[in-house]
Design a protein around this ligand. Sequence first.
Ligand SMILES: Nc1nc2c(ncn2[C@@H]2O[C@H](COP(=O)(O)OP(=O)(O)O)[C@@H](O)[C@H]2O)c(=O)[nH]1
Ligand SMILES: [Mg+2]
Length: 194
Amino acid sequence: MFEKSRFIKSVFHLNDLPKKHLPSVILCGRSNVGKSSFINSFFNRKDLAKVSSTPGKTRSINYYEIDEVFYVVDMPGYGYAKTGKSERAGFSKLTVEFLSSSKSISLVIHFIDSRHKPTHLDVRLNKLLKELNIPYIFLLSKVDKLNQAELNIAPKNLMNSFPEADVKSNIVNYSINKQAGKQIISRLFKEMFY
Ligand SMILES: Nc1nc2c(ncn2[C@@H]2O[C@H](COP(=O)(O)OP(=O)(O)O)[C@@H](O)[C@H]2O)c(=O)[nH]1
Ligand SMILES: [Mg+2]
C-alpha cells in the first residue's frame, strides 16, 4: 500500500484534467500550510511534490497517482500576503470550478496551520464544501511546533470557526516529523480505497 507514487501533471485549465478517472483526495488550504510537505512525508518521497521556498507560487492543480488506485491532488494555496490582490481576496477561479464540477472527489483534506486560527478564507472554503456536499476532514499541520498548552488550544480554535469540528472524528494532528497523524491518514485511505 502507498508503494507507488508518481507525479502525473499540473493542470491549469479544467479541460486538461487527467483522462484516467480515479477517486481523488484533494488537499486544500492556505499557501505555506504544508500541503506539499504532507505529500512528501506521507509517501516517503523527498521530492515528489515541490516544497516552495517562495510561498504562494502554486497556481496549478497538481495530480499525483498512488498505486494506480487513487489520486492525491494538491490545490493552489490561498491567502498568501504577497500574491496579487485578486488572488489574496479569494480562491482562484480554477479552484472553485474544479471543486464545483468534479464528480470523483472522495475526500477533501482541509489543511490549517495549528499555530493559527482559521481565516475568513478557510471559513469560505468550508462553506463551499458544505454547499457542494463534499466530504472533508481538518488537518492541523506542523504540530511539532506546538507545546502542550498550544496543542490543547489548536482544536478549540478550529471548533470556534467550525462547530462540526471534532477531535474524535474529523480533526487530524499532523507533522512531517511524527508518526501519529500518518497512521490515522493511512487507515483512512486504506478504508476508502483498498
Ligand atoms: N516544522 C514543520 N514544518 C513544516 C511542516 N510541514 C511543512 N513545513 C514547512 O512549511 C513550509 C511550507 O510547506 P509547503 O509544503 O511548501 O506548504 P504548501 O504551500 O501548503 O504546499 C516549508 O518550509 C515546510 O518545510 C511540519 O509538519 N513541521
Ligand atoms: Mg505547495
